[in-house]
Design a protein around this ligand. Structure first.
Ligand code: ATP
Ligand code: MG
Length: 1121
């Protein structure tokens, strides 16, 4: 909506919301351009400014000049949205704004290749520095983008905080007052992208370093360091955090409301880093700042010398020592420089001592010089970083933020210099404004009318004239031999400038001021273009000389601190220059001249800053203060100059565009050239001819009244038009609505019809499909039937054919078989016949030997086959394996049996061979037992699996049987517990049964006492039953020693083993076979009686244990279960 040239269609109610500005004239508060002010006088001017100020409109134009009133509060008019609003818009298109001026300057730089300068003037605190920053940030926002460009922008913007920290201070007028002049050239390439910049600085107010007026502060950086630096950093700079420790820091306003020095310190360090300061450079800079601060703490005391002269001595050398440590200067050198002054005349050096006042002067001069040189070094260093890196042709936009006109109670050399600079700027302003005005008239072919205005060239001449100018006088005085004081300088002025219109002094030859008591004798007054200023002449000579004793500069040069050394090149004894350095005044004059030259080559853009009050307060507009500024800035004159010919001018196109609705011929469109359109328009409106003039591209309107009349007519017409538009719009809206409804009705009807037809069609379609499907079904079934019939016919034919083929084939097969059989029969008969024939023929040869050979061969083959098969069928090597393969041929029967026998013997041998001698013995015993008891005693089979152990009782190991063991000295073959049967009742008693090589022993089981001992030779027989019991009787030889008690009837679990061992031992000892009788009834000799022991089949009452019972005197019955 905000695009130019677009028509505004809005209704009164919505007007405010949909406001679209196409001209500065829209919704103006007061007048946006003072040129349109009617009537034009001081009061109306101030009233207009106040009215606008009260409505937060801080910017007002005078033609292309922007007046800016410091709002002293942040207004929401610098947002990125505002930047976008003003971007690429014509200057008068929107309400006055600093962005409009910035945009205009930037675009004519970029598009018309015109170098620009933006001159910002105004008194201290009027907002110059803020304005310059706003211009820079606007340009940064609208110019090109990209990593490299952004870095350049950032460096340019970040140079501000650094310079402000070192060059700004709190004054009574401004909490952030720039104490130096700054001119910055921003360089752009052909596309309008920033390439870099160059900063020039002017006259830093260095006297502030050593002394500040009441209520003011030293430069910000001192307070920032002490508040914001870390303890370590402060320690490295040998500083303490306490402001009161430093004489150079004014204490009464060390803290500024709303200023956070500590945070600002961090901002400054960060900015230094972004600008490109190396860490060691930053460190050096702060070391110099610390040294300056500490210099102020050096104090002197008088010391009288013999020759009556006063000499100064440093009171406390501690501070001096620390300064020397910080800066790397030899302490004695610096101390001497504070005590002596060496003057070189005609190649002779003369040293004079300094008194206390001189020493203090030297100290302060050093501090001031050190600081101001550091500041200039900072500017050079920043320039090094921000300078454009390419050599291509650059377009330049200069921004000048220089101290404004200053009128204090006590005005000194600094104010004189500053005001001189402002005079020069005013002059260039007048020249360029008038020149431009004049040029525009010529360009547009309008007749030039002379304009009356005050030209301040005469004041400039009073100050800068090379022969009679005040600065020239001052220089002359400073260079003159002999005693020179400020008074002699004033005298000289009084002589030379006495007649000058703008110079006033009590002492001048001109009697005009002789009685002017407001003018003290030690002062002179200049009528500047901005007002009269009275200057105190005191200090002019000294400040102009700006002397630093050579001893001090030499001492500084000797420092090992590289930055300090570089700041004092004149201290190098090798480069001693006896020529006096240029005075401060002449230096400034030269730099102002260079600046003016520079500005003259550029297209100027002015921002005139005005301070609304002295209290730094928002919403306060002090008429008197503003009036004063308006006067000295010459703003009214500015308007008059601008209005001298014509108050308002505008290009034809925007003019026609704005007012074309006022005339039927031009509304709504004018087809011809815009100039003719405007002519028709003005004729139609009957505007008197003397009120306007037609230029080449612009219409010039003489009186603002005419313009306002046009504006009123336009407003009226706009309202009419709005009503018309509203009417048409309403009609259009209703008609559109009606048409829309009609269209909708048609659409709905058509949709419904379509729907109904669709339904009907669907119904017909589905019926058709049903009928169709029935017919298709009937046709399909008919076809199927036919096909089935055809198929059946085909199948029948195939079957018949198959049967017929089968019959044929079988017949053929039969025939072929018959034929084959016949052929085979013929072949067999033929073979038999041939065989018969051959046999008959060969019989006689065959009978002789072939039959035998065949028999032998066959036999051999069979044998071979038998043995080979046997090899594979061999049974296992176990001797008890009874398997043996079946005999294949009858004729091999005997061979087969023999082979079986041989194989068995062989495998038995194999088996035996693996036994040890002991095993063999055991097997021999087992064999013996087998021969004795196999198939004779039922107990035998159970004993086969039991190994024969013999010594079941371990006599030798049991201490109980020690006596028994000692009694038996032979090898024990059997030691076993047996039951001895009592013949009286058949009960059993346990006895140890021992068999040795020669004897059989029975011993008591508990005590081990031997009860009976029978030599083997006395054992005649052993009897036992054939049943499964362990009873046995040992029969003794009658008449032998042992036989007295009778035979032993015993029972044992190991009967078979005992009997076998007894048999074998007896055999080996007596060489007689022991008689072993197996019978179920035998007689046993008990002393004199013989008792029959009879074994019967008993019940299993007591399990498997046989029981023995005495039946009568002659019979013991043993029941074996
Ligand atoms: N456009 C603005 N909006 C808000 N505050 C402003 C604006 N311009 C100036 N100020 C306020 O006024 C103060 C003084 O402004 P500034 O430092 O720009 O003055 P100056 O003209 O540079 O003074 P000096 O000549 O002493 O350097 C600023 O610190 C700021 O608080
Ligand atoms: Mg400033």
């Amino acid at each position: 909506m905000k695009k130019r040239g677009r028509h505004l269609i809005c209704f009164p109610a919505k007007m405010a919301k949909m406001e679209v500005k196409t001209s500065l004239l829209d919704n103006m508060i007061g007048v946006g351009d003072m040129v349109l002010l009617e009537p034009l006088n001081e009061d109306s001017f101030i009233n207009n400014l106040r009215k606008r100020f009260d409505h937060n409109e801080v910017y007002t134009y005078i033609g292309s000049v922007v007046i800016s009133i410091n709002p002293y509060r942040s207004l929401p008019i610098y947002t990125p949205e505002k930047v976008e609003e003003y971007r690429n818009r014509n200057f008068y298109e929107l309400s006055p704004h600093i962005f409009a001026l910035s945009d205009e300057a930037y675009r004519s730089l970029r598009d018309q290749d015109k170098d620009q300068c933006i001159l910002i003037t105004g008194e201290s605190g009027a907002g110059k520095t803020e304005a310059s920053k706003l211009v820079m940030s606007y340009v940064a926002a609208v110019c090109g983008k990209g990593a490299e460009v952004n870095q350049v922008k950032e460096q340019l913007l970040q140079s501000n905080p650094v310079l402000e920290a070192f060059g700004n201070a709190k004054t009574v007028r401004n909490d952030n007052s720039s104490r130096f002049g700054k001119y910055m050239d921003i360089e752009f390439d052909f596309k309008g992208d920033p390439l870099g910049g160059v900063i020039s600085n002017y006259l830093l107010e260095k006297s502030r370093v050593v002394k500040q007026p009441r209520g003011e502060r030293n430069f910000h950086i001192f307070y920032q360091i002490l508040s914001g630096a870390s303890e370590d950093f402060l320690c490295s700079l040998k500083l303490e955090r306490d402001f009161s420790r430093y004489n150079y820091l004014g204490l009464d306003s060390a803290k500024v409301n709303g200023v956070d020095d500590a945070a600002n310190f961090r901002t400054v360090r960060n900015a230094m880093q972004i600008v490109g300061f190396m860490d060691h450079e930053t460190q050096s800079v702060f070391e110099v700042v610390a040294a300056v601060l500490k210099l102020g703490n050096i104090e002197f005391k008088p010391e009288s010398r013999v020759n009556g002269l006063d000499e100064s001595k440093i009171k406390d050398k501690n501070e001096l020592k620390e300064i020397c440590e910080l800066t790397g200067i030899d302490q004695s050198v610096l101390e001497r420089a504070f005590s002596f002054r060496t003057v070189e005349a005609k190649q002779e050096k003369v040293s004079t001592t300094l008194n206390v006042a001189q020493a203090y002067y030297a100290r302060d001069a050093l501090a001031k010089n050190l600081y101001s040189r550091l500041f200039s070094w900072l500017v050079t260093r920043i320039n090094e970083s921000i300078k454009a890196q390419t050599k291509v042709r650059k377009k330049v936009m200069g921004v000048l933020d220089i101290y404004g006109f200053e009128i204090f109670e006590d005005n000194s050399f600094e104010q004189f210099i500053i005001n001189y600079c402002n005079e020069k700027l005013q002059q260039i302003f007048i020249e360029l404004t008038l020149k431009e005005e004049q040029e525009e008239y010529i360009r547009e072919g309008i007749e030039w009318t002379h304009i009356e205005y005050f030209n301040n060239a005469i004041i400039c001449d009073l100050i800068e004239n090379n022969q009679t100018g005040i600065l020239a006088m001052l220089d002359e005085e400073c260079l003159r031999p002999g005693t020179v004081t400020d008074d002699t300088f004033l005298e000289k002025l009084n002589q030379v400038c006495a007649t000058h219109q703008h110079f006033e002094s009590r002492m001048s030859k001109c009697s005009r001021f002789l009685n002017d008591t407001s003018l003290p004798h030690s002062c002179f007054r200049i009528q500047h273009y901005a007002g009269k200023v009275m200057y105190q002449v005191e200090g002019f000579v000294d400040k102009n000389n700006d002397l630093l004793y050579r001893d001090l500069s030499q001492a500084m040069w000797k420092a090992s601190h590289s930055l300090i050394k570089a700041l004092f090149p004149e201290g190098n004894p090798a480069k001693i220059n006896l020529k006096r350095p240029p005075t401060a005044g002449s230096q400034f004059k030269a730099s102002v001249a260079t600046l003016m030259k520079n500005l003259q080559t550029k297209n100027p853009n002015y921002i005139r800053c005005i301070k609304p009050n002295d209290k730094k307060a928002a919403h306060v507009f002090n008429d008197a203060l503003v009036c004063h500024q308006i006067r000295y800035l010459g703003l009214l004159e500015n308007v008059r100059v601008r209005r001298a010919g014509y108050a308002f001018r505008q290009a034809y196109e925007p003019c026609l565009e704005r007012y074309k609705m006022l005339c039927k011929q031009t509304w709504p469109h004018w087809r011809g050239p815009a100039r003719d359109g405007v002519k028709v328009l003005f004729n139609e409106l009957k505007i008197p001819e003397e009120e306007f003039s037609f230029g080449r591209s612009k219409i010039f309107i003489r009186n603002p009244r005419t313009l306002f009349k046009l504006e009123d007519l336009r407003k009226q017409r706009l309202e009419d038009l709005a009503t018309l538009i509203e009417k048409i719009y309403r009609g259009w809206k209703c008609r559109t609505r009606f048409l829309l409804m009609k269209k909708s009705q048609i659409v709905i009807a058509s949709w419904y019809r379509r729907y109904a037809q669709q339904k009907k069609y669907q119904k017909i379609k589905s019926s058709a499909i049903i009928v169709q499907s029935y017919i298709r079904g009937w046709k399909a079934r008919k076809l199927l039937r036919e096909l089935k019939h055809q198929k059946r016919c085909n199948e029948a034919a195939t079957i018949i054919a198959a049967y017929w083929h089968g019959t044929q084939a079988r017949r053929e097969l039969k025939r072929l078989k018959e034929e084959a059989r016949r052929k085979h029969a013929v072949a067999v008969i033929w073979a038999y016949w041939l065989g018969l024939k051959v046999r008959r023929e060969y019989r006689k040869f065959f009978r002789a030997n072939a039959g035998r050979k065949i028999y032998e061969f066959t036999l051999q083959r069979l044998m071979q086959k038998y043995f080979l098969e046997m090899k594979n069928k061999m049974p296992s090597l176990s001797p008890i394996d009874k398997n043996w393969p079946a005999r294949p041929y009858l004729f091999l029967d005997s061979t087969h049996k023999e082979l079986k026998r041989i194989f068995h013997l062989w495998r038995c041998k194999k088996y035996r061979d693996q036994f040890t001698d002991q095993q063999k013995l055991i097997y021999e015993e087992k064999l013996e037992a087998s021969e004795l008891f196999k198939d004779k005693k039922a107990l035998y089979p159970a004993s086969v699996g039991q190994p024969f152990q013999g010594a079941y009782l371990e006599i030798s190991k049991n201490p109980k049987y020690k006596k028994l063991k000692d009694a038996v000295d032979e090898k024990i073959i059997i030691a076993e517990v047996v039951n001895k049967i009592n013949r009286a009742n058949g009960k059993a008693t346990s006895r140890i049964f021992l068999l040795t090589k020669n004897n059989v022993l029975l011993a008591d089981q508990k005590s081990g006492n031997i009860k009976s001992e029978v030599p083997l030779g006395d054992v005649t027989k052993v009897s036992m039953s054939s049943q499964n019991d362990g009873f046995f009787a040992v029969h003794l030889k009658e008449g032998s020693g042992a036989a007295g008690k009778g035979d032993f009837l015993l029972s044992s679990d190991h009967l078979i083993e005992m009997a076998t061992k007894l048999y074998r031992t007896t055999l080996s000892q007596t060489k007689q076979k022991l008689n072993i009788e197996i019978s179920d009834e035998f007689l046993v000799q008990f002393r004199q009686d013989k008792v029959c022991v009879k074994f019967i089949q008993g019940s299993q009452k007591n399990g498997n244990i046989p029981t023995c019972k005495r039946k009568n005197n002659r019979l013991l019955e043993v029941a074996v279960p």
